[in-house]
Design a protein around this ligand. Structure first.
Ligand code: OAD
Length: 241
């Protein structure tokens, strides 16, 4: 079975009603990254941070996957599909995607504030506690293992992203198709995947504003994910043995 690696960003979930970050009216026009998505912001005002992610959590539970998520699930009929997503929503899973790697964490889990490696901030200890949540994290929720505060299981700016070596290397070596979709490719190390998969046989980039795809020699499919991904999935499924 041929392997397809899909690297997605906020544009994948935009048509479900989840705002992107950098489009006009995007989340980062309404919130300062350093206030809601950084270890310093958490230390300064945890209530603001929990409110920000609590709203994201509630929104996720109000919306549905769109045609793009379903197209990626459909590809599993004939391909080994690995989704590497920057999105913290779980719409891919809700659409039936089996193999989803959330590079920047996910909204339906919480972790102990001492869980992660944080640059420039020395936690007093390490604690690996994570838990599934069915409601937003509240101020005062604590880790049952060590008593630290529970925080969103999201990778903030200034924190390290687990690039899962040597698994990533294996994906690079074995992917026959790579699809980049709905990302401005501005945040590293995630955006580096577009170059790491440079030697993949077939490479596509889907975005209504595909500033980055052409640069890396992708077949650029300019348009919305909900239109272009089902079209591409149909083409790939049609040509699969
Ligand atoms: P951005 O908001 O930076 O980029 C969204 C991309 O989606 C843009 O290229 C849009 O043109 C595209 N887009 C908008 N509507 C679309 C649609 N209907 N179909 C397809 N594409 C569409 O979001 P990301 O690239 O995901 O990280 O941002 C990367 C990271 O920056 C996020 O994971 C988040 C953020 O800061 C953290 O919070 C750690």
């Amino acid at each position: 079975m041929k392997r397809i690696v899909v690297f997605s960003g906020a544009g994948l979930s935009a048509e479900s009603g989840i705002p992107t970050f950098r489009d006009s009216d995007g989340l980062w026009e309404q919130h300062r990254i350093e206030d809601v998505a950084s270890p310093d912001g958490w230390q300064r005002d945890p209530e603001l941070v929990l409110d920000f992610y609590g709203k994201r959590f509630q929104k996720m539970n109000l919306v549905q996957p769109n045609a793009a998520h379903y197209a990626l699930a459909e590809l599993q009929k004939k391909f080994d599909v690995i989704n590497i997503t920057q999105n913290i929503d779980t719409l891919l899973e809700q659409a039936g995607a089996k193999n989803v790697w959330h590079l920047h964490g996910r909204l339906d889990t919480a972790k102990c504030e001492f869980h992660h490696e944080i640059f420039g901030y020395q936690p007093t200890h390490r604690c690996d506690f994570k838990t599934l949540i069915s409601k937003p994290i509240a101020l005062g929720d604590t880790c049952p293992k060590c008593g630290g505060r529970l925080r969103p299981d999201v990778v903030w700016f200034g924190e390290s992203v687990d690039m899962r070596q040597p698994y990533l290397e294996e994906l690079i070596d074995t992917a026959s198709v790579f699809i980049g979709v709905g990302t401005s490719a501005q945040v590293y190390p995630a955006a580096g995947l577009l170059t790491l998969f440079a030697d993949t046989e077939q490479k596509y980039f889907i975005d209504p504003n595909p500033a980055y795809g052409a640069l890396y020699g992708f077949s650029v499919l300019e348009g919305k994910a909900s239109v272009k991904l089902p079209e591409l999935a149909k083409q790939l499924l049609g040509s699969a043995n």
